[in-house]
Design a protein around this ligand. Sequence first.
Ligand code: G4F
Length: 365
Amino acid sequence: MKLFALQFAAITFSLKLNIMEKKIIITGVTGQDGSHMADFLLKNTEHTIIAGVRRVSVKNHENISHLIDHPRFKLIDLDITDQANTEQVIAEEKPDYFINFAANSFVGVSWKQPVSHMETNCMAVLYQLEAIRKYCPNCRYYNAGSSEEFGDIVTVQQDENSQARPRSPYAASKCSARHIVKVWRESYDLYAVQGWLFNHEGTRRGEEFVTRKITKNIARIFNEYRTGNEIIPLQLGNLDAGRDWSDAEDFIDAVWKMVNQDEPKDYVIASDETHTIREFVEEAFNFAGFHRGECRWEGEGLDEKYYHGEHCIVEINPEFYRPAEVECLRGDSTLARKELDWERKSTFLDLVKKMVDNDLKMFNA
Ligand code: G4F
């Protein structure tokens, strides 16, 4: 009887601390968020990670190369746009958590590939939830939502009650997925949530996104200066759009907390600040040694340029403008800070510096 009581106490204790070994499927694990989530869970829990990866001829495992031999990290083939494959994986693995970070996440391309955005960002969510409903209804599900869903904003700050006003096929696909998550949660009593994650960046960010494009090109320009080669300016689109940027690593524990509440609920995760692309450019060049006092903007509109001395270091290319722009985003993460007890650690300037330092180091390695 005493032994039984002890065992019971141990189980309750480990459940409370979330240290019971569980099975977690993560999709998009080769990307920024998925790889940070895998790192976080392997470090802070005893859970096993099943990393669902699409089979491609050239592997892009750079972000997870350090995890490949980890005993609690298992790679499996999973194409989330294939319903049969999704169903078979979920039926076989019966995960305790399913964290869906896989997405077509580049807004700019979504006008050119709207169908694939809908299939990857929305239909895949439907396949996942249907399979979870059938084979493991106790599985806790997270889908990556986006501040792009707010789009054509009507309030200075966007919170959980703000209206969805998508401006791109990408945003429309995320809004559709949000409705699916909500309907499946309410109809089948599933623990299914979709956070509104505002822009989050870092050293694992892809180069197609503006922050990494800026910091990688600054490293190249720095090197051109150093070696006395011709300076090729960085080409950008709309400099005056405002974004609410955070360090991606700060968002991971917010997502983990979101899937571990008593009741499923969607939260806004943000820094609650707005900075323009122009500000990001100025701060990033400044950290690289192109000090603000030595740089200046000249010209207007498509002819605007940023100079360091007589060298043009940034110019505008209309190709990088979008058919419809989300002009300004600023989250209101009050609810997440209060109910999830979540707090970001890095400031905007910490993030810019970290990305610039990393790319300068990588370029000169
Ligand atoms: O870095 P971006 O491509 O990110 P965007 O569109 O805000 O989307 C990112 O954040 C979302 C969260 O809100 C995610 F859901 C989404 O998956 C993705 O991670 O562009 C940021 C801004 C835009 O206003 C864009 O017009 O930068 C502007 N921009 C200006 N020049 C540029 C460029 N964007 C890119 N990618 N490349 C440019 O040359």
